[in-house]
Ligand binder design. Sequence first.
Ligand code: PMP
Length: 446
Amino acid sequence: PYDGPRSEEILRKRSEFLSPSMFHFYKKPLNIVDGKKQYLFDEDGRRYLDAFGGIATVCCGHCHPDVIEAIINQTKRLQHSTVLYLNNAIADFAEALASKMPGDLKVVFFTNSGTEANELAMMIARLYTGCHDIISLRNAYHGNAAGTMGATAQCNWKFNVVQSGVHHALNPDQYRGVFGSDGEKYAKDVEEIIDFGTSGRVAGFISEAIQIEHDFNYYMLSHNLSSILTGVGGILELAPGYLPSVYKTIKKAGGLCIADEVQSGFARIGSHFWGFEAHGVVPDIVTMAKGIGNGIPIGAVVTTPEIAHVLTRRCYFNTFGGNPVCTAAGHAVLKVLEKEKLQENALVVGSYLKDQLMALQEKHEIIGDVRGRGLMLGVELVTDRLKKTPAKTEILHVMESMKDMGVLVGKGGFYGNVFRVTPPLCFSKEDSDFFVDVMDISLSKL
Ligand code: PMP
């Protein structure tokens, strides 16, 4: 049992000593003290089914014993910077990661986060091509440092940084986009941006395979816990045909194609290990983070030897990016994914859950769309199916009610009206049944 400080005390300290921009879910924020597999436990020992942990960190389940063991063993042996000396943990994980990549993608640069990985990827593209212009998609999220904030394309996540050389193309959004599911039509916009907004040559193109869309409709401490802001992606799968067409256009303009796999990579979509594979393309650079360490901070950029070579023209290093402890964790995660067949599980359970959610859509008028792949699913709530009016307030009630019944789910989309269902990959069919029952009851209560 947990006998530490209670949520009120932690909240008081957080309000006084931590960033006022921190936000949290739920009117009364949860003090989560333990985690095991797909479950989380609060200060009273109450168990919650975690249908959202996958997005932040956990791909093979909370506190997986194999990952913990790898971390402990490496910590007892040595923790140090990545760059100074030889270390087998780092080299081993790089080799294992490269083996999961198609084509000539086999040189790994480790970072501490997804933001750092995308910053580095964009820098490599600019160095390699000698061009500056980068195209990203409207509604994308790629990070919150100067370069990546430029590539992120939602006003809620931007400060007044100098957004030099970034162009935001039409989002091939199959639910709200003007061309529906016709990927080729959206792809034309990239051609036009190059023709009319650049010298005709570009450094590259960056996109997620399934936009995650974080929203900003959370409770913020600085606003007396009641103010609601709005915010990223909403589990939007790029329209079919879009990426192959855009990749061709970008290559013609001399640019590199960057796949941001921070959310859609590492077996989450079930049908493939990486999100880009579902679109039948091979990027020049792949970035990843979050789930790859099962909660341990690590990110990576993987590219070809030829492209990687550009970084030898300057000094480049990252003190802790891919340090021995984090890479030991990452390697353990890869082994668990294989040992426990979690990609297959994501496919089987994800398809089962998606079918159930689509059945729920027939019952509840408020569900406008169900989408996504594997264990990366979105449920969009609208008050009018024709007008697609975002059900911004309703979703908060449903989320709160689901929490009260023991289910934690995420939320996102530009309007903050999309449930993001991204559990740890060990989620079972029984968990899906419970999840859908709880959502059904909560929607009925509206
Ligand atoms: N890319 C995507 C698709 C993301 O969802 C995020 C984080 N939400 C990032 C990049 C940035 O990762 P980090 O927060 O680890 O910097």
